[in-house]
Design a protein around this ligand. Structure first.
Ligand SMILES: CCCCCCCC/C=C\C=C\CC(=O)SCCNC(=O)CCNC(=O)[C@H](O)C(C)(C)COP(=O)(O)OP(=O)(O)OC[C@H]1O[C@@H](n2cnc3c(N)ncnc32)[C@H](O)[C@@H]1OP(=O)(O)O
Length: 615
């Protein structure tokens, strides 16, 4: 713990060096420390997050806000005071801005975006640095990102370790650089580089950045020319856009996704947690089943350089799988996704077999779960697929459902996915369930075990329309194994025939109904999953969707999306669909959702209600 007098802020005024909490005693100065400090003589508590040192003729402003030196309010205050102090100090001839520990500031403090905004803003500090009559140098190491890079761009010189990385990841948070980044980077690095970096959010190595002129060891670049507007006007526009984005649901969702990814990494199980778990080396693996999914997993393992047995009981399927793997690996090499070296080595790492004995010593066999309802993703995604088919049976077309869901943000609609994974897979899963229940289905079956059943997929299966692999499924393709999906009037005829035979009156279905039925049915299941303790928090579900189903990041995940819509509204619509579709158990409203909706519980308290610690 350090305590030192660092400023002379007036009693009761805001401490400009840090966070001023309370002043019950009469005191004329405040005491700052990097830690929350109870000082005997007063209750004044302040946090210093920029260490100010003078070494020789250099003033060093070292940002000290671990772990990533985010530019929190206390850091901004510290930088602001530091640059003013260095400007005033006659002994100081130059100023160095740097980060303590692992990195130069990695950007604004994302947690502060959802709090009341507090000055000083970053552009104000940046302008003070730029206007400082003494040279201001950014000494960069680690990850110099977002607001951190903007600060560096305001400095007169930038020097960096070769290993340092710079970038504007704001786009991943639904934002744009808001402290002159959009104005200054093009002037330093050129329009093309700036457009690439700002729109991709990619981190650029210092060696590459130097080439672009972002890291400038030699002198202050004269950055006066503007592409479209004078600098001041450009800055004004940038601030306006930044404010608009910051208030948008998209940015909130992306900020949520950023923290959700980190939250789920801190997992806890009854017999261990993320701190105590020790990774076991994986030297050999086996994949059982050489279908689309099995082959995909083999490709991932081979790309990581891990030996893998591919086990199949049927020689023809085994050979088909091997062909598929070879072609995917060759494609990956061509696209530069894996190196030619990895591609060549893959052939030696892959061992096809039809003998289970070969698998007895392998370290890992990934399990391909197809029918189990107990798992998170499959269980939650079940209603999604089922509702899609029901919508088509009631009046929509597969292409309409796909278009609406792609507009919603999914990378590929549910029927295109079914064609990709295979109509036969969906058919066989249903047949397995029917077999377990001792039921035989026909094309006329409308209920199975008291639940609504749609035999449309079965029709396509019996017509040999198995999806991409046969060149026809819910769409037609340019060839068997083709990728270009085109609407097929034959499919419309099949659907209409199905409805006519079963006496189903088709109707117009709105986009809103499609989105609600697809999304709310799986959200309802998501709340049941929380209720059952299958997931320990909504973030688990959302990250699973972001990665497993490429759910749009700008919506955060299905649970965050539900929260944004409002639980009361989601609950009411689920009740509405339950009334209209009483034979689909996925519309039975979740008890947890009902409780949360009734009490308008904020998302961070959902689990207290799910686990019963709050009722
Ligand atoms: C309203 C009017 C305003 C008008 C004026 C506008 C002025 C606006 C000015 C500036 C705006 C700037 C925008 C930004 O700068 S946005 C932020 C840009 N930066 C980022 O997005 C970086 C995000 N972080 C990362 O990518 C990584 O964390 C990385 C820095 C690469 C380090 O990775 P790694 O070593 O793997 O560490 P972790 O990711 O696990 O992170 C460690 C913990 O630190 C927390 N963290 C990281 N970055 C931030 C951040 N920017 N803000 C807050 N917290 C951050 C992270 O959550 C980890 O903590 P925990 O484990 O507790 O979750």
């Amino acid at each position: 713990m350090r305590s030192k007098v660092v400023c002379n802020c007036r009693l009761g005024s805001k401490c400009r060096t840090g966070v001023f909490i309370s002043v019950p005693l009469r005191s004329t100065f405040c005491v700052g420390t990097s830690y929350i400090l109870a000082v005997k003589v007063s209750y004044i508590v302040a946090v210093i997050m920029v260490d100010y040192k003078v070494q020789g003729s250099f003033a060093i402003l070292e940002v000290n806000n671990p772990p990533v030196n985010a530019l929190s309010h206390a850091v901004r205050s510290g930088l602001n005071d530091g640059i003013e102090k260095a400007s005033r100090d006659r002994n100081v001839k130059a100023v160095i801005v740097c980060g303590k520990g692992a990195t130069f500031p990695a950007g604004a403090d994302i947690r502060e975006f959802s709090k009341p905004k507090k000055e000083p803003w970053l552009p104000e500090i940046g302008h003070k640095m730029e206007k400082c009559e003494k040279p201001v140098i950014a000494a960069i190491h680690g990850t110099c990102l977002g607001g951190g890079l903007e600060i560096a761009l305001f400095c007169h010189y930038r020097i960096a370790l070769k290993t340092a990385r710079v970038g504007f990841p704001e786009v991943q948070l639904g934002l744009l650089p808001g402290a002159a980044g959009t104005q200054r980077l093009p002037r330093v690095a050129g329009l093309q580089v700036a457009m690439d970096m700002i729109s991709s959010g990619r981190h650029v190595l210092a060696t590459e950045a130097k080439k672009y002129g972002i890291i400038d060891e030699l002198c202050l670049k004269a950055v006066k020319a503007s592409v479209d507007f004078p600098y001041e006007k450009g800055l004004e526009m940038e601030t306006e856009f930044f404010k608009q984005l910051l208030g948008s649901g998209q940015s909130k969702a992306q900020q949520y996704a950023f923290f959700a990814e980190r939250t789920i990494a801190r997992w806890e199980m009854p017999n261990g947690n993320y701190r105590t778990a020790v990774a076991k080396p994986v030297k050999s693996t086996a994949v059982i089943g050489a279908g689309t999914m099995g082959s995909g997993i083999v490709v991932c393992l081979l790309s990581a350089g891990i030996p893998v047995y591919l086990m199949e009981q049927n020689e023809k399927f085994l050979n088909n799988g091997l062909k598929m793997i070879k072609s995917i690996m060759e494609g990956s090499v061509k696209l530069g996704k894996v190196s030619p070296e990895v591609g060549r080595k893959a052939a030696t790492l892959l061992k096809p077999t039809m003998n289970y004995n070969d698998l007895k010593d392998v370290d890992l066999i990934p399990v391909l779960v197809k029918t189990c309802r107990g798992f998170l993703a499959n269980r939650m995604h079940g209603p999604f697929g089922t509702e899609g088919t029901f919508l088509v049976e009631e009046g929509a077309l597969p292409s309409q459902v796909d278009r609406v869901m792609e507009d919603f943000g999914l990378p590929i609609g549910p029927f295109k996915v079914r064609d990709l994974s295979g109509v036969d897979i969906a058919y066989k899963i249903k047949q397995e369930v029917a077999k377990l229940l001792g039921i035989k289905t026909t094309l006329q079956t409308r209920f199975m075990n008291g639940e609504r059943y749609c035999a449309l997929n079965d029709r396509l299966f019996h017509l040999g329309r198995l999806g991409r692999k046969t060149g026809k499924g819910y769409y037609k393709y340019e060839k068997a194994g083709g990728k270009i999906a085109t609407e097929d009037s034959d499919v419309t005829d099949i659907i209409e025939k199905h409805c006519k035979e079963l006496g189903i009156q088709r109707r117009q279905i709105s986009s809103q109904e499609i989105v609600e039925r697809m999304m709310y049915s799986c959200i309802n299941e998501g709340f049941k999953i929380l209720e059952d303790g299958i997931a320990v928090r909504p973030e688990d579900i959302d990250v699973c969707y972001l990665y497993g189903f490429s759910f749009p990041r700008y919506l955060g995940g299905p649970m965050f999306y539900a929260n944004q819509i409002g639980l009361q509204r989601v609950y009411e619509r689920i009740c509405y669909y339950h009334e209209n579709f009483p034979y689909s158990p996925h519309w039975v409203p979740s008890r947890l959702l009902r409780k949360l909706a009734a009490k308008s519980v904020p998302m961070n308290e959902w689990m207290a209600y799910a686990t019963g610690s709050k009722l």
